[in-house]
Every structure is written in C-alpha cells, then in structure tokens.
Design a protein around this ligand. Structure first.
Ligand code: NAP
Length: 296
C-alpha cells in the first residue's frame, strides 16, 4: 500500500510520517512538493505518486491571520482538499482529511456530534467547512476527521507557549470560559493509522462508508485548566524551569482576538469507536507523554 502525506513539516504531518509506516510505503511531502495554495497543481502530483491513500494534514492554520487572508485560507483549506478528493476518486484512493471544532459556533451545551449543523464564527472555520463540503461533493471514498486544540512536543502550540511563558513570568492570565479537549498530534496520527487500516479492510469487503468523524482526546477542560496542568507537569519534571506563581482564570472578553472562538469546542468521538474501534485516552495522558518528550 502506498500512502501520500501532505504537510510533513506540521505537527500532525510530522507524526503521521512515522505512524503510517507500518501500513506501507509512505511518501511525505512538504509545501514545495505539494503547494495547496495552487490547487490546480495537485492532480499532477497524485498522477505521479499514484497513492492508495492520501492523508492531508496540511492546512492554513493561522486562525486570527485568516480574518485578513480569507481568500488564501479558502484556497488552501477549501479548494485544495476538493482537488485532492477529485484526484483521489479518479485513482480509487482513500482520502483522509482533517477539520476542526471551529466549524461550530460553540453555542451547543453538549459535545458536538459529526452531524450537527456547522456555523463557523470566523474565516478559518469557514475555509475548513468549505473543504469538508468540497470533499463531500467530489464523492469517492473519504473521511474527514475533525479535531481540536492540537499540540505536542514540537511545532507552534499552546503547550509550548505556556512552557515558555511559565519560565519568564510570575503570573499567567488564561481564558477559562472556552472548553474543549487538548489533543496531541501523536494521538491524531496513531489513531489515523488505526482508522486507515480499518477503512481499507472495510473497502475490501464493501463495507466502507465515507463520512465525518470527531477525533479528539477524551475528557474536557478550559484553556486555563490546560495551562494549570502544563505548569504543574513542568514543575514536577523540572522545578527550575518554572517561574510562574499564579495561573489566573480570565474571560474571553479580557483577551480579545481578531477571530471569535467557540465557547464549547467539545466533540463527541462516539462514531469513531463505533466505525473503527478507536477508543481515545483522556487528554491528561497525552499531556504527560508530551511533557516527558519535552523534558527528556
Ligand atoms: N492546530 C490546531 O489546534 C488544530 C485544531 C483543529 C484542527 N486542526 C486541523 O488539524 C490539521 C493539522 O493541523 P496542525 O496543527 O498539524 O497544523 P500545523 O502544525 O500548523 O501545520 C500545517 C502544515 O500545513 C502546511 N501548509 C501550510 N500552507 C501550505 C500550503 N500552501 N501548501 C502546502 N502545505 C501548507 C505547513 O507547511 P509549512 O511548515 O511550510 O508552513 C505545515 O506543514 C489541519 O487540518 C488543521 O486545520 C488543527
């Protein structure tokens, strides 16, 4: 089996290049080999590589900047996944794509189900929703995995920012009224390998169904709760790395950003277990692993 992975320099792409190895030959490409801002070039790449599976973690992920660059975000997150889906269908390949909790407005009081109606609050969410829709329109065999609050020992993410600030400041002020599940890039990649394996078997037996699923760690917390757990974990592993004394909860209104964010980012993973037998661990387990890797 041949697997093409985009965005190999990103958090999830980097981990996928490792996690998918046991499944077959992995061709991992960066933006120079697959530029998603030029969707019209992607069919040629797929024709050359001829993959059985395309996994697309590459994305425009700058949530606030997207408010000023919506056309570029739309091209990378909307048109490019559509082009990949059309090419995948032509080659009878499975397309696995990632989306986000930001397709929802956060107004629901329970965890979101895959079939809940999206209502993005900002340009990034709109562009990711456009990608989901372009893939569904293209037809063929595809899976969209929505995830949230992605982090890990490498890359640009909340955990690494908190670790840096905790070493510099006495007080951190962190938003406490947005809730979700911090999810490591490694969990996403390892689960994707399990999902691809199961999906390919289902395709062979004619039981595969294209669709959207949610892939996040179990449990929930706020950004403030996550920050407290990060600081506690750092203090435990390397006390001299932590200067901070207080992690103060604040409201979203006290930390204005160009893009609005959903208050409720919780995503139900029930369909993932039902379709692919994937049981996700609690978010605290991923954090412990990411901190171990950071302080090793
Ligand atoms: N990060 C989160 O908190 C979060 C939350 C929910 C969903 N997601 C989704 O999860 C997936 C993976 O996210 P991530 O956190 O791994 O993202 P990331 O670390 O920001 O990586 C994004 C990747 O996309 C690549 N990329 C950007 N523009 C490109 C272009 N024009 N052509 C080709 N590649 C391009 C980047 O390449 P360069 O390194 O060259 O820039 C990088 O490899 C994405 O679909 C994202 O929307 C992420």
């Amino acid at each position: 089996m041949k697997l093409l992975v985009t965005g190999v320099t990103g958090q999830v792409g980097f981990e996928l290049a490792r996690s998918l190895q046991p499944l077959g030959e992995v061709v991992a490409v960066d933006r120079h080999m697959a530029d998603l801002s030029r969707p019209e070039t992607l069919a040629g790449l797929i024709d050359r590589v001829r993959p059985d599976v395309i996994v697309n973690p590459a994305a425009y992920t700058a949530v606030d900047k997207a408010e000023d660059e919506e056309a570029l975000a739309m091209s990378i997150n909307g048109a490019a996944p559509g082009a990949l889906a059309v090419a995948a269908r032509r080659h009878n390949a499975l397309l696995v794509h990632y989306s986000t909790d930001y397709v929802f407005d956060g107004g629901k009081t329970a965890p979101y189900l895959p079939e809940d109606t999206p209502a993005p609050l900002g340009a990034y969410g709109r562009s990711k929703l456009a990608g989901e829709r372009a893939i569904a329109e293209a037809g063929g065999d595809w899976l969209v995995l929505r995830t949230s609050w992605v982090y890990g020992a490498r890359g640009k993410n909340f955990m690494r920012t908190m670790l840096r600030l905790a070493g510099e400041r006495e007080e951190l002020r962190v938003v406490a009224d947005q809730i979700g599940a911090p999810t490591t890039a490694r969990l996403i990649a390892d689960s994707t390998a399990q999902i691809v394996h199961a999906a390919m078997r289902q395709r062979q037996s004619g039981q595969f169904e294209s669709g959207i699923h949610h892939l996040v760690a179990a449990g929930e917390t706020s950004w403030h709760g996550f920050a407290e757990a990060i600081v506690a974990g750092a203090r435990e592993r390397r006390p001299d790395s932590v200067r901070v004394r207080r992690v103060v909860p604040i409201g979203t209104a006290e930390y204005p950003t160009p893009a609005r964010r959903p208050a409720n980012s919780r995503l139900s993973t029930a369909s993932l277990e039902q379709h692919f037998g994937v049981v996700v661990p609690p978010w605290q387990q991923g954090l412990a692993l990411a901190l171990d890797e950071t302080f090793d």
